[in-house]
Design a protein around this ligand. Structure first.
Ligand code: ZN
Ligand code: ZN
Ligand code: FE
Ligand code: FE
Length: 268
């Protein structure tokens, strides 16, 4: 089976296309199940520190949830799961728990985007890399992924080595901290997302890179598939290829989620 659990919606302010169009593309791509996982409202930033395109507002969150559930009802032929890509920010765990509590998530993807107060996945902040030591940035990023794993708030770790999005090699610099983060994910019983959007960036590999996928396999950490589509034509992008690649590494199943409970499905 092929599932795409990482789909955004225009509510986040930096994605395009109707949710219906994402679903139609999933059917065209032959996917067996999809899940929307739009960005959470930036609960960790005060109103004045928010900027355009950072995410939906708190008042939009219930509308997003309702819209995903309505889409699922209109299309019983394709299972549609309710997910969220939620930012992990150290020290803000209680606020996030309160934000998540009212809704029947099938899964929550935990992602570290903000490190030392800026979003390292947003190309508008590329100049900040030059002002930050690559080693300390990478170590801070993977320390935060450790906190993400320990928080108990998430089922899935999103784009594990996204610190390599624009510049390769950050993860290798912080190799030991990255491995420690994998260990924490294993202890937490979490899954790791294989995110095909990395193929479009300089690393030309999914997030995470092959050596980390192999480290995860050694630890029996399960996988979830996601395209990180911010436009309908990206839904399912490269997932057939990634499934074949995972199979070549000996992976035979991936996880699906319902009510935050995982079950394995055969891959491919
Ligand atoms: Zn996004
Ligand atoms: Zn339909
Ligand atoms: Fe993300
Ligand atoms: Fe995303």
């Amino acid at each position: 089976m092929l599932l795409d659990y990482h789909l955004h919606t225009p509510r986040c302010g930096h994605a395009t296309g109707e949710m219906e169009a994402y679903l139609l593309q999933a059917q065209r791509a032959g996917l067996d199940e999809i899940g929307f996982s739009d960005h959470d409202p930036p609960y960790f930033l005060p109103e004045a520190a928010r900027y355009p395109g950072i995410g939906m507002t708190e008042t939009e969150l219930p509308e997003y949830v309702a819209e995903v559930m309505q889409l699922a009802q209109r299309h019983p032929e394709l299972p549609v799961r309710l997910g969220l890509e939620a930012d992990y920010v150290a020290g803000q765990e209680e606020r996030l728990a309160a934000l998540l509590a009212p809704y029947p998530w099938d899964y929550v993807i935990g992602s570290v985007h903000f490190v030392n107060g800026w979003d390292l996945t947003d190309e508008r902040f590329l100049e900040r890399y030059a002002a930050t030591s690559a080693l300390s940035l990478s170590e801070s990023y993977f320390f935060d992924v450790q906190g993400l794993a320990r928080s108990g708030l998430f089922q899935i770790a999103g784009h594990f080595d996204v610190v390599d999005k624009f510049f390769c090699g950050h993860t290798q610099l912080a190799r030991e901290v990255a491995i420690a983060a994998l260990e924490e994910l294993r202890k937490a019983g979490m899954a790791i997302e294989i995110n095909s959007s990395g193929l479009r960036y300089p690393k030309a590999s999914p997030f995470p890179a092959r050596w980390l996928v192999q480290e995860a396999i050694t630890r029996h950490i399960p996988f979830v598939l996601g395209s990180d589509a911010h436009a309908p034509h990206r839904v399912g992008a490269q997932l057939h290829r990634i499934a074949a690649w995972l199979q070549s590494l000996g992976v035979t199943s991936v996880l699906r989620f319902h009510n935050r409970e995982a079950s394995p499905v055969p891959l491919g």
